[in-house]
Design a protein around this ligand. Structure first.
Ligand code: UDP
Ligand code: MG
Length: 314
């Protein structure tokens, strides 16, 4: 069998309560995968996202005790998505397949062997998908659902109930890293990469130690980032609203003239109403047109690859 290396990337922000036990568990799972013969080498890469607690100390200690545990430390908190990107960037130097998973292991790590098996049988991307959200509060479930529905309506392709628990092959990660944009919502980019994809299904468990690093405020900011970085559809909405307002203005003209002719309108009312609607509509259309160009600038600035070639036959 040819050499196959697996790296598990863990973003960690103030995870002192749980990191050591999570790493121990992941090492055991990696050993199990090696025994099954699906990889010849494996390690773990922890990205400390500027933790203020003992997280980095723990990383150093783990690395000291086992060279299969590696670490990267940010100079300050740069956020979950950036920690993941840094981890992918580093891991892809040596790994053939990379799994990303949260430090709290709420996303069932027992599913990693299945991900690796699916990767060995040809999938470049294997999504971890939650098929049971009963461990979430009613509020989180409903808002998450509304979020997926809204994005879909705006034309963004997302894998529902999939967060950042996934396996990617080296070439999938390399392609992903060709998307140089700064405002990035990783799970919205991965489906754009192409390649063969597959999924494993699991139930997410509650955190066993520490607390969520995603309070509501951060979650809302993250969701808003997702929408505004993945689609310019809200801009087009302005244009559509403007056109509708102009159409309404025309209706208003007819209505005002009829009332005037029938002598039912107060003096000055007709001209006021007509110009109000008309000017409003024209302004909104103008904003929408400007917005269209800003949207184009945004997509240009993102500098995404135009295409990804999977195979060349010579
Ligand atoms: N995380 C991070 N930087 C941050 C916030 C979170 O690296 O600024 C990491 C965190 O350590 C964890 C993962 O992102 O490994 C997901 O966070 P958490 O489990 O708190 O989110 P939740 O599961 O509550 O949505
Ligand atoms: Mg969590």
């Amino acid at each position: 069998m040819k050499m196959q290396k697996l790296t598990i990337v863990i973003p960690a922000y103030n995870e002192e309560e749980i990191l050591a036990s999570s790493v121990a568990k992941l090492l055991a799972i990696e050993n199990q995968i090696a025994e099954q013969g699906n990889v010849t080498q494996s390690d773990i890469l922890i990205v400390d996202d500027g933790s203020a607690d003992r997280t980095w100390e723990i990383v150093e200690k783990l690395n000291h005790g086992n060279s299969r545990v590696r670490g990267l430390r940010f100079s300050r908190n740069f956020g979950h998505q950036n920690a993941l990107i840094a981890g992918l960037h580093e891991a892809v130097q040596t790994a053939d397949m990379i799994v990303t998973i949260d430090a709290d292991l709420q996303d069932n790590p027992e599913k990693i062997p299945e991900m690796v098996a699916k990767s060995v049988s040809g999938a470049d991307i294997v999504y971890g998908v939650r098929n049971d959200r009963t461990s979430d509060s009613w509020f989180k479930r409903t808002t998450a659902n509304a979020f997926y529905k809204t994005l879909k309506l705006l034309g963004v392709e997302l894998v529902p109930n999939h967060a950042d628990f996934r396996l990617m092959s080296r070439r999938a990660v390399q392609t992903f890293l060709d998307y140089p944009e700064r405002n990035i919502f990783i799970r919205g980019i991965v489906p754009k990469l192409g390649f063969k994809t597959d999924a494993v299904y699991y139930k997410r468990t509650p955190r066993t130690a520490g607390e969520s690093k995603y309070p509501l405020k951060k979650m809302l900011a993250f969701a808003w980032d997702g929408i505004t970085s993945l689609t310019v559809a809200p801009i087009r909405l302005i244009l559509i609203l403007g056109v509708l307002a102009c159409l309404l203005a025309m209706g208003m003209v007819v209505y005002a003239v009829v009332l005037k002719v029938l002598g039912l309108a107060l003096h000055g009312w007709s001209s006021l109403m007509v110009s109000l609607w008309f000017i409003g509509g024209v302004q909104m259309v103008s904003l929408g047109v400007i917005g269209e160009y800003i949207g184009k600038i945004m997509t240009e600035v993102k500098d995404r690859p135009r295409y990804t070639i999977q195979t060349v036959l010579e």
